[in-house]
Write a protein that binds this ligand. Structure first.
Ligand SMILES: [Zn+2]
Ligand SMILES: [Zn+2]
Length: 402
């Protein structure tokens, strides 16, 4: 089948000689999808709820939106990467030295300015009482063309200095939620075009799930778009996102079955995930296969990118945690073969280890992930001293003493 030419007038990605307006991000490329898949692709474009309501985060909006940058991350975040704007979040004790007295650092040029590119987030009655808002401050609010509006959205402007997210703390201190959500979780941010390319990539990977109800002949426009963006070729196989053209989970390398995209996962059934602390928020409603990032989402870089997204098992995602998912090809190229000495002192190699020691892969698909880091010299010394001083003290008891 012939791949259609793209229009490409001013970057338009619709098929050449199309009717109607040009479009940089035509979702018609996957309009042959059924409702469940359309929904899955839409959701992949959304920032997911992190930290919930209490963080003043905005949920159920596209990733190309204003972000919240926590003050404590400010020093290592490149603010220019947030093309749709940002706002710095300050906790009262970060902004105030004592009641009514602003810390010296905020008088310096280049510091965030509360009411302009920063806001103060009160999350407890205690913090509100300890560091009350200044006399001329008001709760954050939104306006468009000078008129107050309830929702963020195109051209909405923020005013005000602080947001309240106070839980109920007894009869005299009721729950107080004042001020609209301020932005999305910054590591989830992606510019509109990048977000679109991720959706196109993920659509392609749905088409190539095993037993998918779609054919590649339906996806020719999609293929043209991904080709144009340089996202196909052997890149997918090397990244461990497909194998022999079928979508695979980048961690365990098992082929993704189409129905796993829509079936719910029961975490309690999964070996190795019995520790409730490992379960992610909302995981009870998770599908077996979810959006998977080869690079963890962090403040330092924008990692929701078409070369970093795939479909992977929810459980594999949980096991991987905030680690880079090295592909077998990547580890083989780095060339750090790993093995053990057998009884005859012969070296038996069985896989390759990543340079950061976080992952080992065998050529047959097995994968090992480092669960914790080596201790620093200080930590080692401290734990050694502790065992010397109190050889019978259980570790839990030591923690309680603090
Ligand atoms: Zn066009
Ligand atoms: Zn997996």
């Amino acid at each position: 089948m012939r791949i259609p030419d793209l229009c490409l007038i001013e970057g338009c990605l619709r098929v050449a000689a199309h009717n109607g307006d040009h479009d940089l991000r035509p979702v018609e490329a996957w309009d042959f999808f059924g409702a469940a898949d359309l929904n899955k692709i839409n959701k992949a474009g959304y920032a997911t709820p992190r930290g919930g309501d209490k963080g003043a985060y905005q949920n159920h909006v596209y990733r190309n939106n204003k972000v919240i940058v926590p003050f404590e991350h400010l020093d290592y975040v490149d603010l220019t990467q947030y093309a749709d704007g940002y706002v710095v979040r300050l906790f009262p004790d970060q902004y105030f030295e004592s009641p009514g007295v602003v810390r010296q650092r905020f008088a310096e040029t280049g510091s965030p300015v509360v009411g302009r590119d920063a806001f103060v987030l009160y999350r407890s009655h205690a913090s509100l009482e300890a560091f009350p808002p200044l006399a001329d401050w008001e709760v954050r609010w939104l306006s468009r063309d000078g008129r107050p509006v309830a929702r963020r959205g195109n051209r909405a402007v923020d005013s005000g200095e602080y947001v309240l997210r106070l839980s109920n703390a007894g009869a005299t201190r009721p729950k107080r939620y004042e001020g609209p959500p301020q932005g999305i979780f910054a590591p989830e941010y992606a510019p509109a075009q990048t977000n679109y390319e991720c959706q196109a990539m993920l659509s392609w990977l749905i088409v190539h799930a095993r037993s998918s109800p779609y054919t590649t002949s339906q996806a020719l426009h999609l293929k043209a778009i991904l080709d144009h963006s340089g996202l196909l070729g052997d890149r997918l196989e090397r990244a461990g996102v497909t194998r022999n053209g079928l979508s695979i989970c980048p961690l365990c390398l098992r082929v993704i079955d189409y129905e796993e995209l829509h079936k719910s996962v029961d975490f309690s059934q999964v070996d190795g995930l019995l520790n409730a602390a490992l379960q992610v928020e909302g995981a009870t409603r998770s599908t077996k296969v979810n959006l998977f990032h080869l690079e963890p989402l962090v403040y330092e870089a924008l990692n929701h990118r078409p070369t970093s997204v795939a479909w992977g098992h929810a459980t594999c995602n949980t096991l991987l945690g905030q680690r880079h998912c090295y592909s077998l090809a990547e580890l083989q190229e780095a060339g750090r073969k790993i093995g053990f000495l057998d009884e005859d002192d012969e070296l038996v190699t069985f896989g390759w280890i990543s340079e950061d020691f976080k992952m080992i892969r065998s050529p047959h698909g097995a994968v090992w992930v480092q669960l914790s880091d080596d201790m620093s010299a200080d930590e080692q010394a401290a734990s050694f001293d502790a065992t010397q001083d109190r050889p019978l003290a259980p570790p839990a008891a030591e923690e309680h003493e603090q």
